[in-house]
Design a protein around this ligand. Sequence first.
Ligand code: NAP
Length: 279
Amino acid sequence: MNVVITGANGGLGSALLSACARLHPSWRATGVIRKDADLARPLDVVHPILSANPDVVIHCAAMTRVDACETEPELARAVNVEGTRAVASAAETAGARMVYISTDYVFDGKGGAPYPVGAAPNPLNVYGKTKLEGEFLTLAEKNSLVVRTSWLYGKVGKSFPAAVLRLCQTQKEIRMVTDQKSSPTYSEDLAAAIIKLLGKKASGIYHVSNSGSATWHEFAKAVMELKGIRGVKLTATTSDELKAAAKRPADSRLDCSLYSALAGAPLRDWREALAEHLR
Ligand SMILES: NC(=O)c1ccc[n+]([C@@H]2O[C@H](COP(=O)([O-])OP(=O)(O)OC[C@H]3O[C@@H](n4cnc5c(N)ncnc54)[C@H](OP(=O)(O)O)[C@@H]3O)[C@@H](O)[C@H]2O)c1
């Protein structure tokens, strides 16, 4: 099978490239990066995808900086909506299945319980809105798959655990919010789950995150405990105090039961995945 992965140098894209090689050595996985195809220039996207003759296109690339999307909404729209339109159209021309990675930030976080796949989205910020439009474009394609996930971290790219550890090297006190909750998800686990969904020929929307949930404060605390960090004070703060450009949902936990039923098991607990990552 020929698989094209956009955003192949990002956190999830790189995990997917290595998971394909590890789990399916006979597959040909081709990574596409910004240098080959800038999503902000949709015409650039067509050739790198078509030339790989894909059976599946896994579209990981996105403008993922949530606050930058708020301050640069036109760029966010160009990359996350028009870029996705171009990727979906190239996938269709190639006769390939389109797989799109989406986010818990399509929800407003006011539901008070994990969101099932059928819950009505209501994004609070530009990032969530543009990602939701990308979902609609993807779902218009035959046999397409949307995988919503949350709070990704991993070996490559921006990573919350790495950011916490960096702060601990230079600060005596770090502040983390207690009023946002979701499921930290290890890119390696998500990559394996996406490959499982491909094997099961899944289509439509699936929620896939590590089990359990945490606030950013609890996530940071777990990182510090697992690394045995003492002498740095972890202080609770609120989203209002942080004054980030983009609003974030308070509780964007995803109900992943549809995935668990298809795959035969849920993804492991986030703490177990984090412990493995930090080892
Ligand atoms: N990170 C999270 O917490 C999270 C949570 C839920 C869902 N998601 C979704 O999961 C997917 C993967 O996220 P991730 O954590 O792996 O993100 P990431 O590490 O930030 O990687 C994003 C990738 O997109 C590429 N990209 C950005 N702008 C581009 C452009 N104009 N043209 C071409 N490529 C561009 C980046 O390339 P450069 O390296 O050149 O910038 C990078 O390879 C995204 O679709 C994201 O929306 C992420």
